[in-house]
Every structure is written in C-alpha cells, then in structure tokens.
Design a protein around this ligand. Sequence first.
Ligand code: NAP
Length: 336
Amino acid sequence: MRLILCGFGVVGQSLAKLLESRSEDLYARFGLKPRIVGVFDTKGSAVESAGLDLSKLINVKKKYGTIKKYSSSKNNLSGVDLIKSLDADVLVETTASNYKDAEPGMTHITEAMKHGLHVISVNKGPLALAFPSLMELAIYNQVLLRFSGTVGGGTPILDYAKNSLLGERIVSFEGILNGTTNYILTNMTNGMSFKDALNDAKQKGYVEADESLDLDGLDAAAKLVILANWVMELKVTMPDIKRTGIRNVSADDIKNAAKKNCAVKLIASCNKELIVSPREISLDDPLCVNGTLNAISFTSEHSGTQTIIGRGAGGIETASSIIRDLLDIRQEISKI
Ligand SMILES: NC(=O)c1ccc[n+]([C@@H]2O[C@H](COP(=O)([O-])OP(=O)(O)OC[C@H]3O[C@@H](n4cnc5c(N)ncnc54)[C@H](OP(=O)(O)O)[C@@H]3O)[C@@H](O)[C@H]2O)c1
C-alpha cells in the first residue's frame, strides 16, 4: 500500500519508526507492505515512488528540522500538489488539530478523497468540525475514512464500541477523554494548586502548545463529537457540545468531592445531551482513573456497562492505531 504522510512531527515520525521496525512482522502476518511515497511538513516535501528510506527520513528531519533536505529534487511541492500528482492508495493526516477552520487537515483530507485515496486521520480538527459531511464525501467518492487514533490514542475505544458491541444498542456513554486535564485534576486531588498542577503538566510535556485545547475542554469535546457520530450515529459537530473546562475547578471543589468519597474529573458524556464538564465521580467507579489515563464507560441495552481504560495519547501508541486502520482498510477493500 502506498501512503502519503501529511506532517512529520511526533506521530508522523513514530509511524515511520514503527513501519520500519515492524515491516517483516506486518508482511509475514498480514501480507501488508506499506510504502511511504510522499511526506511533507511546513517547509517542504520528500517524494520517492518506490518508497522513502524511513531511517534517512528520520535522520534528515532530526538534522535539519525538515524533510525538505531528503533529496535535492522535487522538494518544494505543497501538500495539495503531492496529493494531486502522486500515485498513492492512502493519505495519513497527522498535522496539528485546529478547531477554528480545521486547516490544513481539512483540505488534505477532502482533496485526497476527491482523488480516490482512502484516508486515515489522527487529526481531530476536520472530524470535529465536519464529521457528517466528511463521511458523506467518503461515501460519494467510494473511499474509506478511518480515525482510530483520534480517540484514546492506541486504546481501541472506537473499535470496541463499533465492532465488539456490534448488534448491541449503546444507549449512553461517558468518559475521561483528555489525559492532560486528568493529570492536572489528579495533582489537585493530591493537594497541588491549579497553577502548580498546570506547570507540572507543562514541564512533563503533556499540555498542548495552545493550552486552551486542554483546559477549556476543546480536545475532549472534539473526541465526544467523533464518538457521538461514529458510535451513536448522531450527526453532530463542535457547536452541539455544551462545554465547560477545568479552569474554574477550585481547591474547595476538590475537598468537597473528597468528603463524599469522590474526585472531580472532566467528563465527556452522551446521554440525551452532549456535555463536557467537570463532575464528581465516585472513587469506586471504574471510570475514576488517575494521572494521564483515559477511561470510557459504554452502557448498552442488554450488556450493561463496560469500561475501557488505557493511555489516551503518545506518539507510538497513536502510530500503532494508524497501522490498525491500515489493516482495516486493506481488509475492507479486499472484500470488494
Ligand atoms: N501526539 C499524540 O500523542 C497524539 C495522539 C492522538 C492524536 N494526535 C493528533 O495527531 C496530530 C499530530 O500530532 P503530533 O503530536 O505529531 O503533532 P506535531 O509534533 O506538532 O506534528 C505536526 C506536524 O504537522 C506539520 N504541519 C503543521 N502544519 C502544517 C502545514 N500547514 N503543512 C504541512 N505540514 C504541517 C508539522 O510540520 P513541522 O514539522 O514543519 O512543524 C509537523 O510535522 C495532531 O492533530 C494531534 O492532535 C496526537
């Protein structure tokens, strides 16, 4: 399978490393031989129709801060030019999530679908702002759109709800979908002030460059949109979410919760309404996980409530979700 990779940051580089380290295993177990034929970052591109040398690509990025220096020719093509000109099967979108206009990911994804490429996105922006229309565009162009890594990183939350609970009717779900705010609230439960907890999370590299994405619940809301569309088949986007972040959670709120054997968590829930808001959760509830962990409880009509817990982010975990999506696409197209 020939891939075009948009963005070569934490996730893009992790994918390159994973494809290289797992190439024999992927071929032996699944007959899958992915080749990255084009990649671009903010400064330029690298193209090789036979497949780029992934070690060289990583070294070039490390040395020069861009993959533009991979070779001396054809390195100034824009992302859209690459999508239009290269023969490829799948576009992997890993540029930064943006909830204002979803660019540049939106253009990459729509152009790719119009050119008949299947799409894997770990970028939440386009899905959060336009999930229903992107799904329609995929159907119209007879391509597949996959996005396992957008919710739960490597933890297969979307696959669990869609496939493992196949045939069940999920009636509601709620979860902790943002590891950074969970880390901050856990620190506050352990006695830190909001300011110190935030600084600690920043020092550990957990906070997005735009801290509002975490603190104001935008990241959790984007994941809620994706879940609501994919799992509950609701046609919703970001403005449909009632959203409150964690900036106003006080030490008193934390203490009051503790008196009731509870902890304050940023909960994203889908039950009649779509809400992201801090809430008290019983310490006995399986959802009440600490640190950067994510957790989600699905309640279905006949199977009761089940909770999945796992690491919600991380470059290699998210890269692993891309491989899962690739295998899924390969399996789906082999049925045609
Ligand atoms: N990191 C995680 O654990 C994780 C988990 C789940 C989902 N995600 C999502 O995955 C995506 C990537 O995350 P990341 O951590 O890899 O981010 P990152 O390290 O900031 O990498 C983003 C990449 O996108 C490139 N880029 C940004 N704007 C571009 C543009 N206009 N044209 C071309 N390239 C552009 C950047 O280029 P430069 O290198 O030139 O700056 C960079 O290579 C985000 O949407 C994030 O929300 C991340």
